[in-house]
Design a protein. Structure first.
Length: 255
């Protein structure tokens, strides 16, 4: 089976054909028999409620929970604060009673926030933790604009009214440049993709040490349609269904 999605050269996909990201995260949590789950950016709790875990932490400065966040879990804890405050103030490993097995980073949609969320999460992880990143496969440059207001105002007459991914896709070239030791896998989960990062190294401080240089450099890197086309040209996008297939799971991830 070819697990790679074929894309027309030079074009952006109009939509991602795979399994919806909520379901991918839910099924992966069950497949991986997750004990400790961390989600940054929970909002209504839709993805969080589908996750199966023994203990799950959610972080959001402004929860508007209307889903059953306790579903499928023995313990659920919500931390109403920014992720920077959470990683600064909470001894996550002590509170969890161990390292998280799976983390979903879906907070502020700006690449420098996701970069901090990533290295703070890696620091509390074990080598085999699975870190999932959201929104890194935008479908056009309007939704990828750094301003949510701009994306809202300019998307009304597109196929994606109100969609905003921000520029978090830039985390992919950043990880590829600064952390070639990581395994970074793009997946075609609608609406705007998932990225799975494995082979973590909690002792590695390269991203933290180079944070200001990385931000200065990537802030001025283009975020236009051509840059996003090039993002797809530079990366294979894998099918969600291949990743989710029981028999293939161990091919893609350590368990
Ligand atoms: C797209 S929503 C999350 C959706 C949720 N993960 C799901 O799939 O159901 C993004 C959330 O990130 C939160 N957020 C914004 N800034 C944040 C920050 N600095 N730290 C943590 N969360 C943040 C917002 O309040 C918002 O609820």
């Amino acid at each position: 089976m070819n697990a790679i999605v074929s894309l027309e050269a030079g074009a952006l996909p109009q939509q991602h054909p795979g399994t919806h990201y909520n379901e991918v995260i839910a099924r992966l949590s069950a497949l991986r028999n997750v004990k400790r789950y961390l989600e940054v950016g929970v909002q209504r709790g839709i993805t969080f409620s589908g996750v199966k875990a023994e203990i799950a932490f959610g972080v959001d400065p402004e929860f508007i929970v209307n889903a059953n966040v306790a579903a499928n879990k023995k313990q659920t804890r919500l931390f109403q604060m920014t992720s920077d405050e959470f990683f600064r103030d909470v001894d996550v490993v002590a509170e969890f009673g161990g390292h998280p097995d799976m983390c979903f980073l879906d907070g502020m949609h700006l690449f420098e926030y996701l970069l901090r969320d990533f290295y703070n999460t890696e620091r509390i992880s074990s080598r085999n933790t699975l870190i999932c990143l959201h929104d890194c496969l935008p479908l056009n440059h309007i939704m990828a604009h750094r301003s949510m207001d701009f994306a809202n105002q300019n998307s009304a007459h597109t196929a994606y009214p109100g969609w905003w991914t921000g520029d978090v896709w830039k985390i992919v070239p950043i990880l590829q440049k600064y952390r070639p030791d990581l395994r970074v896998m793009l997946v075609d989960a609608p609406p705007t993709g998932l990225v799975f990062v494995t082979n973590l190294d909690p002792q590695n401080t390269v991203l933290r040490d180079n944070y200001l240089d990385i931000v200065r450099d990537y802030f001025t890197q283009p975020n236009d349609q051509e840059a996003i086309v090039s993002h797809y040209r530079s990366n294979n996008v894998f099918q969600t269904d291949a990743v989710l297939a029981d028999m293939n799971h161990s091919l893609f991830f350590n368990t």
